[in-house]
Design a protein around this ligand. Structure first.
Ligand code: FEO
Ligand code: CA
Ligand code: CA
Length: 626
């Protein structure tokens, strides 16, 4: 039986409890680094690619000029600390899909006492909505959306969250993964088209194919799959992405926590330690499903931690796990095209002190041309940020790493450590500006910055864009590829924003000058550009609204202007929830926003189970929202 308290932990908090703590770095080094970085801070903050139009002081608010030139079509809203969603005046919101909503009419209704039945659990909308993308299939609109993890107390209310049977495990496995669903707007608003032939649930047991340099490698072979190419399921699907050819990319993040050992004496190999694979899984899968018992299936965890490509137009298609894009705690995937036609995919590894990556295809994308192999044959790079605001993408080649191509694909973190990549403050979503050649990454926070190395022993003293020790607020780094070419090996960079609290601090923890008492937030996480080039920022942070976090309220969604640096709050979420996942209807008159793991009884009200929900946000006057 687990300690009841662990049921309420976020995935990140749970993972932190399980992880080995490497030795603390030398204290003197930490202090020296912090002091030198403070002197450097004003040099790395900027707002537009042309000039720092608002100055670089750390404490000033958004300038009058920037306010006057606002491109936002909404009036900023104050923080909230209640149990529901708020949007800017003149906008409306309504639930579109909630955990447990049927995708097919044969699914049983959700019970407040027992949740979703095991037999219906792969016929309904899953839990913990996260990254999503919208697609147009003929004249129909389809959304593919991730279900990152499960809250057992919600899914198994009859046992208070304890996993006691194989049916419990199967229910949880089915409530995660991906939903592909047709959606439509009717008289009562947006909703799922129940029984659409495009509806599909992809779960932790859906057959998938491994491709790329590691496919078939002995490290990926199991008793059930001696070929090393056929794997069941996808897990901890966090952020997402979309290919230029219209497929969905779902990203396997904290896969490590699903595995355990029924043999307490099982000796974990070195790669388990780097990836955080322990002896006790969060959901006790290993007790009821031998596939997750590493003492019986030591290679099974090595078949997760990839990006998976799904064709949302064909419910019978087999999802593809792309080993060429590396194995780590994949947050999301931001795909774009280099001027020469190569496909570029930026990706973050969300763990304290891990890295930022990009993949560049060897082949060329041409609209309507063949796309097979574009995510299977290419070069993986890892970012190195230099202090003089330059940086380079270091190719993870056999020559540079001493590892073969399959090993680089499976043990990507170790390959990146070998080439001296920059340890980052938890890379969450990456976004590529559609109207300017630049990339952005949310570095959500890192309480271990300057405190202890990453699990590979790499130094995490303050560096490049990760300037603050014990960073609890986070920042967004931006890079400008050389020659306006996302395929280039070099870039320059700055910080778009450094979150902080100028009402509490008067040092670097106050944040950058585009942070002020009116737009306070912490822990930027989800991030998407709309078609007009505005940057939408979603948070997954501390919402206690006290102390360092006073004035920040519940998690929220803000819009940022990449040129002026102005950032304003558009939406606030309910207590306990993270705001994550964003996409738009085909006509850009509806914005779909994900509300994950509310603790308030959202959206159904008092006495009801809290339900992770996608909401539809519109302008009351029917205007465009992105
Ligand atoms: Fe699932 Fe890093 O967020
Ligand atoms: Ca996230
Ligand atoms: Ca997060």
């Amino acid at each position: 039986m687990k300690d009841q308290d662990t049921y309420d932990l976020s995935w990140d908090e749970w993972d932190e409890l399980q992880r080995p703590a490497p030795a603390t770095t030398d204290f003197d080094d930490v202090v020296d680094t912090a002091i030198s970085r403070r002197g450097f801070l004003t040099g790395v903050l900027a707002y537009g690619s042309g000039a720092a139009v608002m100055g670089t002081g750390l404490l000033s608010g958004t300038s009058a000029e920037a306010q006057a030139a606002s491109r936002f079509g909404f009036v900023p809203i104050p923080i909230q600390t209640d149990g529901t969603v708020h949007v800017s005046e003149g906008y409306t919101w309504a639930p579109m899909a909630r955990w447990g909503d049927p995708l097919f009419s044969d699914a049983e209704a959700l019970s407040q006492e027992t949740g979703v039945s095991v037999t219906s659990s792969d016929r309904v909308f899953g839990e913990n909505t996260d990254g999503m993308e919208a697609f147009i299939v003929g004249t129909r609109q389809v959304i593919a959306v991730n279900h990152e993890y499960v809250n057992t107390k919600v899914n198994l209310p009859q046992s208070g969250g304890e996993v006691t049977s194989a049916d419990d495990v199967l229910t949880l496995q089915n409530m995660q993964g991906v939903t592909v669903m047709e959606v439509a707007e009717g008289e009562s608003g947006w909703g799922v088209v129940v029984d659409s032939d495009l509806n599909r649930r992809i779960t932790q047991n859906t057959p998938m194919e491994l491709r790329g340099p590691a496919a078939g490698h002995p490290l990926l072979q199991t008793q059930a799959d001696p070929s090393g190419t056929k794997v069941l399921g996808t897990m901890n699907n966090c952020g997402a992405g979309k290919t230029p050819w219209g497929t969905y990319l779902t990203c396997e993040e904290n896969f490590n926590g699903y595995f355990g050992s029924t043999d307490e004496g099982f000796e974990r190999p070195e790669d388990y330690l780097r990836y955080g694979i322990g002896l006790e899984g969060r959901y006790a899968y290993e007790k009821f499903d031998a596939r997750f018992d590493v003492s019986q299936n030591p290679n099974e965890p090595r078949r997760f931690g990839y990006i998976v490509e799904i064709d949302p137009t064909d419910p019978t298609s087999t999802p593809i796990k792309h080993t060429a894009l590396g194995r780590f705690k994949h947050e999301n995937a931001a795909a774009t095209i280099a001027p020469d036609g190569r496909v570029v995919v930026y990706m973050g590894d969300d763990e304290r002190g891990e890295f930022l990556y990009k993949y560049v295809s060897n082949g060329i994308y041409t609209p309507g041309g063949p796309t097979s192999g574009l995510l299977e044959d290419g070069q993986l790079y890892v970012a190195k940020f230099n202090t003089e605001l330059t940086g380079e993408w270091i190719a993870l080649t056999p020559e540079a790493t001493g590892m073969d191509e399959a090993e680089i694909a499976i043990f990507t973190r170790m390959a990146a450590s070998k080439v001296g990549a920059t340890t980052m403050d938890r890379p969450e979503w990456v976004a590529v500006n559609p109207v300017s050649v630049e990339g952005y990454c949310c570095l959500t926070n890192n309480k271990n910055r300057g405190v202890k190395p990453n699990a590979g022993g790499d130094d995490t003293s303050a560096n490049g864009p990760n300037t603050r020790n014990e960073n609890r607020y986070g920042q967004i780094v931006r890079w400008y590829p050389s020659n306006d070419d996302h395929g280039a090996d070099t870039f320059t960079w700055d910080l778009y924003v450094m979150a902080g609290n100028p009402t509490v601090h008067d040092d670097a923890y106050a944040g950058s000058s585009n942070v002020n008492a009116g737009n306070l937030f912490n822990s930027p996480d989800g991030m998407m550009f709309d078609s007009t080039g505005l940057l939408w920022i979603q948070t997954d942070g501390d919402d206690n609204n006290e102390g360092d976090f006073a004035g920040m309220g519940n998690n929220q969604m803000l819009a940022g202007d990449p040129v002026t640096g102005q950032i304003e709050r558009f939406l606030t979420g309910p207590n306990g929830a993270e705001v994550t996942g964003l996409t738009w209807s085909a006509d850009k008159r509806t914005m779909f926003v994900g509300i994950q793991h509310p603790t308030a009884p959202f959206p159904d009200g008092a006495g009801m189970l809290p339900r992770s929900t996608i909401i539809a946000v519109q302008r009351a006057d029917g205007g465009l929202v992105g």
